[in-house]
Design a protein around this ligand. Sequence first.
Ligand SMILES: Nc1ncnc2c1ncn2[C@@H]1O[C@H](COP(=O)(O)OP(=O)(O)OP(=O)(O)O)[C@@H](O)[C@H]1O
Length: 457
Amino acid sequence: MTDETWGQVCNQLQRAVGQNNFTTWIAPLEPVGLTDGVASFHAPTKFMRDWVSRNFAEPILREMRSAGVIVERVEISVMKNTRPANAAPAPTARPAASSPRHQPRTGSEETLPGAPLDARFTFDNFVVGKPNELAHAAAKRVAEGGPVTFNPLFLYGGVGLGKTHLMHAIAHDLQVQRPDLRVLYLSAEQFMYRFVQALRDKQIMDFKEMFRSIDVLMVDDVQFIAGKESTQEEFFHTFNALVDQGKQIVISADRAPGEIKDLEERIKSRLSCGLVVDLHPTDYELRLGILQTKTDGYRNQYPDLQIAPGVLEFLAHRITSNVRILEGALTRLFAYASLIGKEITLDLAQDCLKDQLRQSERKVTVEEILRKVAEHYNVRLSDLVGPKRLRAIARPRQVAMFLSKSLTTRSLPDIGRRFGGRDHTTIMHGIRKIEELRASDTQLAEDIDLLRRLLES
Ligand SMILES: Nc1ncnc2c1ncn2[C@@H]1O[C@H](COP(=O)(O)OP(=O)(O)OP(=O)(O)O)[C@@H](O)[C@H]1O
């Protein structure tokens, strides 16, 4: 069968099975030959072979015959992977079917549900420190593509701490090490968008089939689907179907599953039953490590720029909010210094980063802490500073005392005054109690982390 004939058959098939089905299932097939009435094709994966044989062999046969091909049967086998092991990762997370070698011949990539991957977000570029070592180790394990040991891997943490970076790194590694796997990365928002689009186009079965054929599904920022009932429902079914098939799922969110408001209980519980890992706020050492790595990366771009000792340490010390802001500050500093052709000194850094440095000076107040704690524990602010001794109020009050000490520069007597005129020894007792409990009570530790992040963001 000539390329031209196959082209004609494809045109007919698009009409017969629909654009979506065509792009997803038929375009990735590679015609191998026609011998003794058997038309042979290669499919990129076993799943695809089975699915296409079951659902599309008939239409293919029919359209080939209509195009004048004498054919008795369609045979589909799995093609051997020809991608070299050290091939550079493809720039987008797409099903293996759409890797460059199997570019759909028609149809646009729009119909594929994956989001693009950032080539910079690799494990090599990820700096590991105490706050993220567990998340990094778990992500590495998933990236090996071996047997699924925990499902899902749930990564959570505040803004700009590297969740997306780690998910992209997993996808990059899997593309190289396990190109046979269909790996899909997308945000929860994109999941919803695809779902709504499928509903609107009456292609919900295609949507379901596509998502159920994935080997590794990664959904970023899952908190987005909170409060969106139908999307949650669909997500839940997709999640269950994949877990039942032993497929790996990786989820990220800005907080732990149990903390996501307006997320159905059954989803929370499903999300919690794998490995839940927290990316903690960065510490000084990690920030410095990230700055050093990024500075090394800039050496090629700005070979003549000098950076004076102490500048990176100053930035690591002063810009504590999140890695994205830290990176932005460094980029700005390099660009600025190269424009004016000067060495990066402490003075230059202070001058160029005035705004960022001012922002990082933002002080958290005891009043803000009281407000957030009251909101979080659903108690009245007046009770927090009032005399009630009920545990349901006393514990949040102690948490607020603890946060006031660690996030502000107020003295104990000063904090005491803001807690309804309490004595400084009461404040000290509250802080000690929380320090003690935090080591054994993971829920309390998580509450404190979350509150700290909310207050510092
Ligand atoms: N440990 C790290 N090493 C190197 N770069 C990092 C690290 N952590 C974060 N970054 C960088 O910080 C930026 C923000 O990270 P990322 O987008 O992964 O954050 P996030 O946790 O997904 O945030 P959000 O909640 O806003 O989606 C990225 O450019 C990323 O490369």
